[in-house]
Design a protein around this ligand. Sequence first.
Ligand code: GPW
Length: 684
Amino acid sequence: GSTTDRIKILEKIPPVANPQAKDPAAIASNINYHAHYSPHFSPYKFEPEQAFYATAESVRDQLIKQWNDTYSHYHKVNPKQTYYLSMEYLQGRALTNAVGNLDVQDAYANALKQLGYALEEITEQEKDAALGNGGLGRLASCFLDSMATLSLPAWGYGLRYRYGLFKQLMTKTGQEEIAEDWLEKFSPWEIPRHDVVFPIRFFGQVEINPNGSRKWIGGEVIQAAAYDVPIPGYKTKDTNSLRLWEAKARAEDFNLFEFNDGKYESAALLHSRICAVLYPGDATEDGKLLRLKQQYFLCSASLQDIITRFKERLGGRDKILWSEFPSKVAVQLNDTHPTLSIPELMRLLMDDEGLGWDEAWDITNRTIAYTNHTVLPEALEKWSQTVMWKLLPRHMEIIEEIDKRVRYTLNLVNGVAQLHSDILKAELFSDYVKFADNSELPAEWESAKLASKQQLANYVLQVTGVSIDPNSLFDIQIKRIHEYKRQLMNIMGAVYRYKKLKEMSPEERKKTTPRTIMIGGKAFATYTNAKRIVKLVSDVGAVVNTDPEVNSFLKIIFVPNYNVSVAEVLIPGSELSQHISTAGMEASGTSNMKFALNGCLIIGTLDELMLKSEKKLVKKISLFLVQQLTKFLGCVKKESKDWDRKKWTKMSILSTAGSGKFSSDRTIGQYANEIWKIDECPLP
Ligand code: GPW
């Protein structure tokens, strides 16, 4: 409808602030209320974007009571709580998730209909919150969802980057990076906590007090300010928080000399830079220093907050029993990025709280756990000692002491994958085979898959202009572009398939299974080879897709700007997916599990290192591309033979049935029991 039509509709629906509205008419009034009384757009308009913000604010109203109730419930019960520290969160869109978890999807769809909109049209207005790069960041976001769903007293801590992961634009020359300003308008999901601010120090020196204790002084001090994002759980009222820190300068922190020198602006700029971008390029020394500053900023702010909360929950006692700290607090470090938390907790306990080394070390050991996400040496972060001594002199003293004492006794590290391959036992399937053979299920299954494929085909047409056939086999590889993930091998396989089709007679071609190969992913801005792979995929696609002889049997699509919401369209529409990283290089992969859950068959690398690890046989596998490709094509041939509709559907049903183990709810349940030792704390 037109702007005038929309205004006419709004005039019939009085704006009413009713945050707990449940019936569609009342919800429509509440949406109208936000359009009018928390306005961020000009009045007398109600365009889709404005409708999104008003709807999101209305949904936030629904969340706020249970969000506050959850916090005060934890405050009263004072259970042991987990804090998940991560430099990355790939949250994606929040509106669909929130209305689903609140179980108000139909009511909102109905309310929006009264206002002249379809819910889907409105949810698509939301920008993805992409405060992460790939699997590690998405895992953190899945874990937040699961912690809320399982009613676990658990919070996430991260950074509020102004610019998240770049937007990938495909041009004639390949990938171009565009800054993604997710906060350009504002985020309806975050609440600034003006009362939660902590000072963070950099540089300076260590002062030795007369009693021998040490204190870090001087340098530059900036403020960490909290912004909270609600994390609703599925089928529960418990609503946890993701607390994102923002760097702020306080007027009194500025060096007056600099101010008088006219350097005020540069000082303010320096402060505002810390949270400006996710993962700044580390090609220059300056970039590296900034990354280290970001990491320390996250660790220090989060630990000061955790300690403040621990003190607030002493329940009226005035003596702090530090030995109780590990029975109230568990901290999980998402990879090495937040490991400065270890010397920071030591520093806070010793220098600020006056504990001795042994007691502080015991508490730190019992509080903090660390997850490793890679075996690639180039992905492990290293910092020069010179830079570290300059930026964090007190922490370096502590790190050297830890190194001296525990170099040979390091124990508690968990990886993200179990080192054995008998996960999917044959007996696990046996119960489901009956259902897979049941006469109605396969037909329903196939029509659900076809509907998802149709949606995916519509999406591909919309973003690439290429029309693909929903009846062809959808073969997908989506992940960050990296040589070890072998998108190059996949596209070489596609080229081989194209050449074979060209050699065939029209009759022979008709006997093949039509296939659509989709590849999507972002290349790190300075990773030249990765960017060349992106260009190659889109160039091969341009040739194949316009070749009238074969293009009804093969299409090759580079899906631009792969992110969480694009994955939400791609994964349900997949029938075959590629997880073909070089053997021994992928920590676990995570999209493989999402594909399997969605009834997609997966091709994966047979990791001989993994199979033989029990026999302690460590064999380095290094094939050249040609040998790899031969093996890969052998696999591709086999899966072409499997392309019998009935057989595929059965395998697809069994795939979903057997993938329950890969729910992050299961993972988090196990973390809670085995590592964090925390109990659920549901709202009464
Ligand atoms: F290098 N992963 C990622 F280990 O997405 F830190 N980003 C990263 O920076 C790292 C790992 C790091 C991924 C792994 O590549 C993938 O195999 C794993 O499944 C995922 O983390 C979640 O653990």
